[in-house]
Ligand binder design. Structure first.
Ligand code: 3PG
Length: 392
């Protein structure tokens, strides 16, 4: 993998830069800018080198359709403010941008193409679409470690057509994760939560052999709670997962890795409702699980006390509503308490987890914080990520 930082002669070169600007948005307002802040060094480097920049990114999961709420407009504005430079959002159909020279048509040196996932070809990893995009640049740079686990056109295919490099943040993440995985001390506990169940549930099986404890919270825990015959009401869950849950449980026994899932939960009728503590057998069909309960918090904090390494990906509940943030807050507090006492090595990853740690102002109390969620877990699994393989 060649890093762009070592490249000379970028003057006037057109750089097709894949970023992960998938930041949390609430009615057009960015609620956490970490993913933007982290890629500023790459952008500033390219600006200093007098390169011309075309940014590609997705936000959310529009599934190949134009979704107004998932426009990159607010992100474009935030980039302008942070870079103190004009950044032009190109909203016209990418497939109709003919000229390889569209810099000549405008005054700006930085462009951002509208949400790349508005085009179904992106997630289909379409080779022709990638070729078309590659025609816009001279060089490709991937500074999107957090979506390098996706075999999508702008990540996996464009490098086939252009000289390709890694960006500064991608270098940083890969180097840090390599160091962590080679110097890891047991007992190791991995806490996995969040709402992207489909991305993570298959990863767990491959993590069992590597860890001593896997704590399952957030959306995925609902699949385990239901597997044991409990009603989970309207809670989010992944469909048709009984087999994988069974495999996870069987393998964990064989490998002596403890799987911990909630013993009690906090429920409500909807995301804005009031919280109510429930034992697993008490959840009603019109309720949804939105956080872990006090018994579960105690169990998890004991496990943290008995661990030497903690890897945390995904909040324990719907932390965006303070009524359901307690489980995540207590986990975070316990980790930083032990971290400050030098008892553990702690790593956190994922957009929501980083946003939670920023809200609590404790992001600097972890040994390493990765912007990546799914990619972070797959890297820990030892998988080759398509985006990284493509750069090699
Ligand atoms: C992330 O937030 O983990 C990345 O942007 C990837 O998003 P995805 O899970 O929708 O592919």
């Amino acid at each position: 993998m060649r890093s762009i930082i070592n490249e000379k002669n970028l003057n006037n070169k057109k750089i097709l830069l894949r970023l992960d600007l998938n930041v949390p948005l609430e009615r057009d307002k960015i609620t956490d800018t970490t993913r933007i802040d982290k890629i500023l060094p790459t952008l500033n480097f390219l600006i200093r080198e007098k390169a011309k920049i075309i940014i590609l990114s997705h936000i959310g999961r529009p599934k190949g359709k134009i979704v107004k709420e998932l426009s990159l407009k607010p992100i474009c504005e935030e980039l302008q403010n942070k870079l103190k430079k004009k950044v032009k959002l190109i909203s016209e159909n990418i497939k109709e941008i003919k000229s390889k020279n569209f810099f000549g048509d405008y005054n700006e040196d930085i462009f951002i193409l509208e949400n790349i996932r508005f085009y179904s070809e992106e997630e289909q990893n379409d080779n022709k679409f990638a070729k078309l995009l590659s025609n816009l640049g001279d060089i490709y740079v991937n500074d999107a470690f957090s979506c390098s686990h996706r075999a999508h056109a702008s990540i996996n295919e464009i490098p086939k057509f252009l000289p390709s490099f890694s960006g500064l943040q991608l270098d940083l993440e890969v180097n840090a994760l390599n160091k962590i995985t080679s110097e890891i001390t047991r007992p190791i506990t991995c806490i996995i939560g969040g709402s992207k169940i489909s991305t993570k549930i298959n990863v767990i099986k491959n993590l069992i052999t590597k860890f001593d404890n896997i704590v399952i919270v957030g959306g995925m825990a609902n699949n385990f709670i239901e597997f044991y015959g409990n009603c989970i009401g309207k809670s989010i869950k992944e469909k048709n997962c009984e087999k994988i849950v069974e495999e996870i449980l069987t393998l964990s026994k064989k490998e002596k890795c403890k799987i911990i899932y909630p013993d009690d939960v906090i429920v409500s009728k909807d995301l804005n409702g009031s919280p109510q503590k429930k034992e697993l057998g008490e959840i009603l069909s019109n309720e949804m699980i939105l956080d872990i309960g006090p018994k579960t918090i105690e169990k998890i904090t004991n496990i943290i006390d008995n661990s030497k390494t903690i890897l945390w990906n995904g909040p324990a509940g719907y932390f965006e509503n303070p009524n359901f943030a307690n489980g995540s807050i207590q986990i975070a507090k316990k980790i930083i308490e032990n971290n400050k006492a030098n008892k553990i090595f702690s790593v956190a990853g994922g957009g929501d987890t980083v946003s939670l740690l920023n809200n609590l102002n404790i992001v600097n109390n972890f040994n390493f914080v990765s912007t990546a969620g799914g990619a972070f877990l797959e890297y820990l699994e030892g998988k080759n990520l398509p985006g990284i393989t493509a750069l090699n």
